[in-house]
Design a protein around this ligand. Sequence first.
Ligand code: DGY
Length: 324
Amino acid sequence: MARTVRPRVFVTRQLPGEALGRLGRLVDLHVWPQELPPSRDTLLAEAARSEGLVTLLTDQVDARLLAQAPGLRVVSNVAVGYDNIDVPACTERRVVVGNTPGALTETSADFAFALILGLARRVAEADAYVRAGHWRTWSPTLLLGTDVYGATLGIVGPGAIGSAVARRARGFGMRILYVSREPRPALEQETGARRVDKATLLSEADILTLHVPLTPQTRHWVGRAELAAMKPGALLVNTARGGVVDPDALVEALREGRLGGAALDVTDPEPLPPDSPLMGLPNVLLAPHIASATHATRGRMASMAVDNLLAALEGRRPPHCVNP
Ligand code: DGY
């Protein structure tokens, strides 16, 4: 950075790895020190004084924030998803937006598969059962689950993460179906996956796994009609965004037993309120949005976000830029 006055950068949380140390040597760095995100007012005030923001998916960057931040040049999101950012509004104000694709693909696919296995084979329930002292003998009917090997997996969103899940599914002898606007010949060749229409996907999948970004088109992609069209007793796994599933319809389908179970790394809202009906349902496996949470991957994401930010501050297009 050749300028004598270092650009001011606000980072909305401490990040793992070396990235913030590197950033601190190059910019006037301000890092929000607390575990919970900065309040809306704090974020607005910090944005108003900064040239760069490093944000997380909990931080809303919208037209109001941008209107109050005339000096802001870049928003670098530490996530592949960027539904927390109004990209058209940023583009209009020439604010560059970066994200971290690729860094978390395999890690997130591992976790999606962990949820598939955990839900189908009732791993969390089994753990709770043993810890509660209920285990008295081997029983032929205890905690019976669903076979993953040989089951039909339905993938909504066969992008990088969805395709990585398909590769894992192939090793489990699964029949793989997907829906997508475009055919994916490479995926089909590698995994035997077959592109089908939505109705076929819903009626034939034993396990439906979601990997689409949250957009106006994908909000409530799984709603009442879709849940009713799913194979009775099927399992739903969501590691994408909570908003892709209609939460009321989901609770109904789970309560009525039409859906066999749901594994949710993401929910709407996040975090779930303690009185959410999902908390009380035994056929629901919950996680606090941690699909990408490994030491290596979170360090990589932070590093990519810093690279994106620095490139934009230097007037270059970041390696991962989501503005058109
Ligand atoms: C993302 O990157 O969008 C995930 O949801 C968090 O890692």
